[in-house]
Design a protein around this ligand. Sequence first.
Ligand code: GLU
Length: 469
Amino acid sequence: MRVRTRIAPSPTGDPHIGTIYQALFDYAYAKQNKGNFILRVEDTDRERFVEGATQKILSSLKWFSIEPDESPVHGGDFGPYVQSERLDIYKKYINDLILKKEAYLCFCTKERLDHIREEQIKNKQQPKYDKHCLNLTKKEIDDLINKGTPSVVRLNVKPGIDIIFNDLIRGEIKIKTDSFDDQVLLKSDGYPTYHAAVVIDDHLMKITHIIRGEEWISSTPKHILLYKAFEWDIPMFAHLSLLRNRDKSKISKRHNNTSIDWYKKEGYLPEALTNYLLLLGWSHPEGKEVYSLDEFIKKFSFDRVSKGGPIFDIDKLNWINGVYIRSKSVIEIKKLIKPYLIYDIENKKLEEIIKLIQDRLKKLSEINDLISFFVETPQIDQEILENIISKDKIDEICDISYKTIEDKGINRDTEETLRNYAIEKGYNIGDFFMIIRIVTTGKKATPPLFDTLSIIGKKETLKRLKNGR
Ligand code: GLU
């Protein structure tokens, strides 16, 4: 049987990091098994629908080099791939369930439902529908329909059945149907509920493995009941641990950036973010931390997927991003930083600068801050200087540096001469060069000082040393 996996996001806004996290696993498992990866758009919740969101999901997937085999745009043999275009299909299948007496029409008003709920809560019972409409006669049903009474369709859940499924990540999960409500399958507006649509679509689209977030675990038994009611084969399930904030709550906007667009804008490389997401959810058999999606596809197995809630740690992501940035060539970095760079720098000089700062670059958006002093005369905070050494010493350091550079230019010899001077005069070497560094760059940390100064140039360096005293 050909492996078919899917993601089924709701088009409710900017693509979420959790959607991509899920997609990476679904995609990799399909590709590992020479199967297909499908994107289906679950847009039956019209209130939360956002125009253009489907395109955004597709372009985010593309950014991560994930190309669905079937989707609303790619097409495929099992379309349409947008739920709102499948309403007739859901109606037909749900109607079949009514004919098989696995589902029934319910005409109860909101008032009645609220009332029974309140009573049940008062009596310390679990609130659920009391199956009132299951007992309506054919005539009563016809009369209600003829009067135009709004109705929903409910699944007729029989109590006392054990639902058991073998989660590929979590092992056996068992739950009794006693607690289950007669869930609504079709709403009064003709739209299916998530539970009905997802099962019908996964079946018709021949999805073999449903790899999704753990927030859907509690829905899975309901889905299995539906598969049973339809007498369909039940696919395999795997529930990935959710990404979490530091306080262990589900990853959210309040604590982390969840929109893929944000990561793009900040200058994370898609391959680094991919690697980080995979690292969160899976452990490499050789304990590796840095690996590509291709390697993941080769090595993936469910038994190495994390069962705990991995904590999203931006510092670790920054580290991985830095690793990927360091592995690029100067020419590649030049291309990558282009959309971020606010300075107009001559090509050769830019390449020299990149060579110096590439190791320090953690995300592309930091580029301007990292190289500004190559281009602009920095503002110097005298207080910082005077916290290191007294004003007369600062002046002395600036003067001797000025003179030496004016004489010899910027080279190793100059550096040696200054070092000897500092030793001779009993300076702390670190402080001595720190003063030169801050005065000429405005920063406490820079690439090697004399390499930096030689790019800034003799004239500009002298000007800065004069300003510094
Ligand atoms: N539409 C659901 C979502 O937004 C799909 C859940 C599932 O994968 O079954 O994630």
